[in-house]
Write a protein of this length. Structure first.
Length: 762
């Protein structure tokens, strides 16, 4: 007989195991190897992570390799108070939450509270944002409002993805991978040697990546042979064919550097499986005149568990999800040298253009019956120009910036609700043309007074922003018709920040920070009437208070970084999903909220060969005011006790062990184990919807075993062989839902995947 360990006991065992190893780290012998310094550019200049007074998690090239980070969704489980999950029904769309701030509606008219940057270029929309990135060198996750150092203002945080620049020496890397679900991928990266050109040196990197994979869920013919069932739309769900290419050119002169990059990502996929997980008894549509169109009894045969990922379902209108992104960026760095009282000064320019084309045809009823299917055709363009002056004097470091951002987007939305009963397909269109102009400054000052002994740094930041939005909407097929309607409005804001950091000793820094964040208002692209479209929602503001410590102990073998914070939000923006025939959402300002939390990141190296990490995040969100019109009284009412906080799990934890098993004549062996725990959360503000949508807590276990530096020649050519697995326990976990009221469709995380990588470096 096999005795199963309860989930809560497994969690306790893992936590106890991690704690025991951490205790071992604190009592390690003096000959243990020190932790390496991590250099980040979170404040627009190269600094040690331990000197930056910002709650920041960093994944360097080694972590990216060993943890198998291939896209944005892979960073969420290992970062305190960060969630990155697929948006409902969208495999290339991201729902990103940092410290409880989230945009859970992927509509392009919405602003995200989390800024995503690729080599300093802001990525405007989260559609198409879960994409594969080649030559990714580092990922920095900044928590808390960002605006006085970055072109775009964000209230939740920022995710900086930094790619590798050309080395200037001939070399490269070839990599092939194979795994279950018939996955295979190939990638290549080649650096050219630097050549003299126009008084400087020019070097290049060319890289490409392709991956194909079968789907995780089978689409089977209707097992009930229902006469109303249609043929299946595909053989499987969430299959993937992704092609990525990148060109990087670097020209280095005596005082001026130019860096141009072009990236192209093209993903063709079948949509994620929409499992039918709830059909209320007696549900149906009363269209009047004594006519009732049943749902329960027609759909009920196709119900599946809301706790288990189905290995196969039947679906008739789930066809494709295609996403293509293209980006150009030109960076200019001009070393101006010593400029009198301004000190050493560098002028920087970032000019960028990005384009997105997205199209999908999805089925959201979890059956082969024609109850609900939808489609979107989206085109989106953005242009940005950022100028920075980065300077340093004996007592100051400063950043001055000007920023311009424009975006245009158009959406054709196709909805078919209950065509099984003869209802026609409706088409709606909406889009926008928005502009942002901003000026920002941040100054770090180290007072000269002997009392402070160069250990105190005071930082003052200020940001001015103006955003103009022009948006339109058109519903030619609705009843009544919503005619072509335009609206425009502008908003301005001034957001300050203040930070005081104190260096207790060479290894310990403490800091306190107060910062304002701001997210502009807008118009609801999914409005059902002209009146609701004209009623723009107001900007959202946050005042963030944070206390933190960054420290190293035991001769740099133990690192402890921690932060506690409180975010006070005003005019909080919320999208409330309405469900029903149009599947639209209302957008409004709910009121006020307070989010408190803490974060702990611990890294230890008790011996030359063993590295241990433990991360923990805790959130305590509550509404201070949530104003809505009560349909029973038609009066504005405070529902703060009757509303839920979406994507705000109270606890998330991760632990990792990396053991270097030794260096031998035939190579170096490294083993790694990553465990993560995601607390339960709800995806909507409405408790009635969350009763069928709440996501239970889940745990994931990943592992990797690598044999690296297998020598092929004395000239540096070598091989690396790795075997890896993700979600090794094959945990079934729901990540999102779409609750229509008449039924609920659920979306689950990926099953167990495993494979082998072989790379050749020259």
């Amino acid at each position: 007989m096999t005795i199963k360990t309860p989930v809560f006991r497994k969690r306790r065992l893992v936590s106890t195991f991690a704690a025991a190893n951490i205790l071992a780290a604190s009592t390690a012998l003096a000959q243990g190897a020190a932790l390496e310094e991590v250099v980040v550019t979170a404040q627009k200049r190269a600094q040690s992570l331990q000197e930056v007074p910002i709650a920041t998690s960093v994944f360097d090239a080694s972590a990216i390799e060993q943890q198998g980070i291939s896209d944005i969704s892979d960073i969420g489980p290992f970062t305190p108070n960060v969630q990155v999950v697929e948006s409902p029904s969208g495999g290339t769309q991201a729902t990103i939450a940092i410290r409880g701030s989230v945009t859970f509606n992927p509509t392009i008219t919405w602003e995200s509270p989390v800024g995503m940057y690729l080599d300093g270029v802001f990525i405007g929309k989260n559609i198409g944002s879960i994409f594969d990135i080649v030559e990714l060198e580092r990922v920095e996750v900044l928590r808390g409002p960002q605006g006085t150092l970055y072109g775009k203002n964000t209230i939740g945080g920022a995710v900086n993805m930094i790619t590798r620049k050309p080395s200037g020496e001939f070399g490269g890397k070839l990599k092939a991978s194979a795994g279950n679900f018939d996955m295979y991928s190939v990638s290549a990266s080649i650096d050219t040697p630097a050549v003299d050109l126009a008084g400087g040196s020019l070097s290049a990197n060319i890289s490409a990546f392709q991956q194909e994979r079968d789907g995780f869920t089978k689409n089977q013919p209707d097992p009930f042979v229902n006469p109303l069932a249609n043929p299946r739309s595909s053989k499987e769900f969430k299959s993937k064919d992704s092609k990525v290419a990148r060109l990087s050119l670097l020209w280095e002169g005596s005082d001026v550097d130019l860096h141009y990059s072009y990236d192209h990502s093209d993903t063709k996929a079948t949509p994620t499986a929409a499992q039918l997980t709830d059909v209320p008894a007696g549900s149906g549509l009363d269209i009047g005149g004594g006519v009732f169109l049943p749902v329960d009894g027609v759909l009920s045969d196709y119900l599946s568990s809301d706790k288990k990922r189905a290995r196969a379902i039947s679906n008739d209108k789930s066809f494709y999800e295609d996403s293509e992104t293209r980006g150009h960026a030109l960076h200019l760095d001009w070393n101006l040298g010593e400029l009198a009282t301004f000190g050493e000064v560098t002028a920087k320019s970032i000019t960028a253009y990005r384009k997105l084309d997205f199209s999908d045809r999805i089925d959201i009823d979890g059956s082969p019956l024609d109850f609900f299917h939808s489609g979107r055709d989206i085109t989106y363009d953005q242009f940005s120009q950022e100028f920075q002056i980065v300077g340093q004097t004996e007592r100051t470091d400063y950043v001055l910036g000007l920023y311009y951002f424009s975006e245009e987007g158009d959406v054709l939305n196709i909805n078919s609700f209950m065509p099984i009963y003869g209802f026609p397909t409706t088409n709606s269109e909406f889009g926008m043309e928005n502009k942002t102009v901003a000026a920002f400054a941040n100054v770090d000052w180290r007072p000269e007074a002997a009392l402070f002994n160069d250990r105190l740094t005071l930082s003052l930041g200020l940001r001015w922003t103006k955003e103009e939005k022009e948006q339109y909407i058109y519903h030619p097929d609705s009843s009544p018709v919503l005619p072509y309607t335009e609206a425009d409005k502008s908003w301005t804001n001034v957001s300050p920040s203040f930070t005081a950091s104190w260096e207790l000793n060479d290894d310990t820094n403490i800091y306190g920070k107060i910062a304002n964040g701001w997210k502009s208002g807008g118009f609801n692209g999914e409005a059902a009437t002209q009146e609701s479209f004209y009623q723009s929602y107001d900007p959202e503001e946050v005042t963030s208070y944070e206390l933190g410590i960054k420290s190293r102990w035991l001769d740099n073998r133990l690192q402890i970084n921690a932060a506690i914070f409180q975010n006070d939000l005003e005019e909080m923006q919320f999208s409330v999903f309405q469900g029903g025939a149009t599947a639209v959402s209302t957008v409004d300002n709910a009121g006020e909220a307070t989010i408190r939390g803490l974060e702990l990141e611990l890294l230890a190296r008790p011996s030359d060969n063993l590295t241990i990490s433990l991360n923990y995040g805790h959130l305590d969100p509550k509404y201070d005011e949530f104003l809505e019109v009560d349909p029973a009284t038609n009066q504005l009412t405070d529902f703060k006790k009757e509303r839920d906080f979406p994507y705000a799990a109270r606890n998330n934890t991760s632990a990792s062990l990396e053991y270097f098993m030794g260096s031998f004549a035939w190579g170096e062996v490294t083993a790694r184990l990553d465990w993560s725990y995601q607390g339960s959360y709800v995806p909507y503000v409405n408790p009635d919807q969350n009763r069928v949508s709440k996501t239970a807590s889940y745990e994931l276990l990943n592992a990797r075993l690598s044999l690296a530096e297998i020598p092929l020649s004395s000239e540096g050519q070598n091989l690396q062989l790795s075997i890896w697995g993700k979600n090794l326990t094959n945990e079934d976990y729901r990540v999102n839902t779409i609750p229509f009221g008449l039924w609920t469709a659920s979306y689950f995380g990926d099953p167990r995947t495993y494979g082998v990588d072989l790379s050749y470096q020259f």
